[in-house]
Ligand binder design. Structure first.
Ligand code: NAD
Length: 268
């Protein structure tokens, strides 16, 4: 049997990422921002699109050292023309697009399903699911022109089960992302595009802190860590590692997959 290393250049791992051009949607804060900074450190060209212009300006300032390898754009992923313009702008600046990471999405603290109004439902479904669909629609023709590429969508443990902190709309949206990405993997696989979903458990960071403070449940993270086989909660870096794997050639035959990043909590 041929060793993997006979056909795969281990020393070149990362080189494919260094040559990549990736659009990170919702990349001005949290996990998306960390994905962008790590790709930039690897030498890649990276664009971030985010709804919040203030955060985009901050990221532009922080990533100034990367010069014209970084592009920060304001835009709303739920608006088709914004996503089409974003993808076109990335290709105009970098000459191609080879990867899409969808991290955008609003959230609202959990309250009873019978009290969730239709506007809140739309906000969560639109930003987490419709936005992913519109980002895929905008990116795919460019990925195809590049001869293929990788799509990674951040779903959630809530899309596999339900959330102790977020509502019915969030679980529904994140489960929808899994279905969307499976379909995209099947439809565009023949054109060289891989598409995979990531399901992180609750990530230690700004968003989780804000949420637990709002719910007066700061202690719950300590309990969650105790229930997790690997003995701690998810860090943003854990998710970034999985994103880089799914963008890189290391996962060249992985598509349509749902990858859990939760320290094993789903299995207990
Ligand atoms: N934080 C967690 O505990 C956790 C756990 C599991 C999954 N996730 C998912 O991971 C992803 C990243 O999470 P995070 O904690 O980094 O989130 P975050 O709230 O820190 O960042 C999300 C970014 O998306 C942007 N955004 C929201 N709606 C948008 C829209 N319509 N168009 C463009 N940008 C928009 C926000 O402005 C923000 O900068 C999200 O999809 C989230 O649902 C998060």
């Amino acid at each position: 049997m041929t060793d993997l290393l006979d056909t795969f250049d281990w020393a070149a791992v990362g080189e494919d990422l260094a040559g990549s051009v990736t659009l990170v949607a919702g990349g001005a804060r949290g996990t998306g921002r960390l994905v962008a900074s790590n790709l930039l450190r690897l030498g890649a060209r990276v664009a971030v699109v985010d709804l919040d212009p203030g955060r985009v300006a901050e990221v532009e300032k922080d990533f100034a050292e990367y010069g014209d390898r970084f592009l920060g754009l304001s835009g709303d992923c739920t608006v088709r023309s914004d996503m089409q313009d974003t993808a076109a702008r990335v290709v105009e600046q970098f000459g191609a697009l080879t990867g899409l990471v969808y991290c955008a999405g609003a959230y609202r603290a959990q309250r009873p399903t019978l009290e969730v109004d239709a506007d809140e439902w739309d906000l969560i479904l639109d930003s987490n699911l419709k936005g992913a669909f519109l980002a895929v629609q905008a990116a795919v023709p460019h990925l195809q022109r590049a001869g293929g590429g990788a799509i990674v969508a951040i779903s959630s443990l809530a899309g596999r089960t339900s959330s102790p902190f977020l509502g019915c709309h969030y679980s529904a949206a994140k489960a929808g992302v899994l279905g969307l990405i499976r379909h995209v993997a099947k439809e565009f696989g023949p054109t060289g595009i891989r598409a995979n979903s990531l399901c992180p458990g609750g990530i230690v960071g700004d968003r989780m802190n804000d949420l637990l403070t709002e719910l007066h449940r700061e202690q719950d993270l300590v309990e969650l860590a105790k229930q997790t086989p690997l003995g701690r909660n998810v860090h943003e870096q854990d998710v970034v590692g999985a994103v880089l794997f799914l963008l890189s050639d290391l996962s060249r035959f992985v598509t349509g997959a749902t990858l859990d990043v939760n320290g094993g909590i789903l299995t207990v």
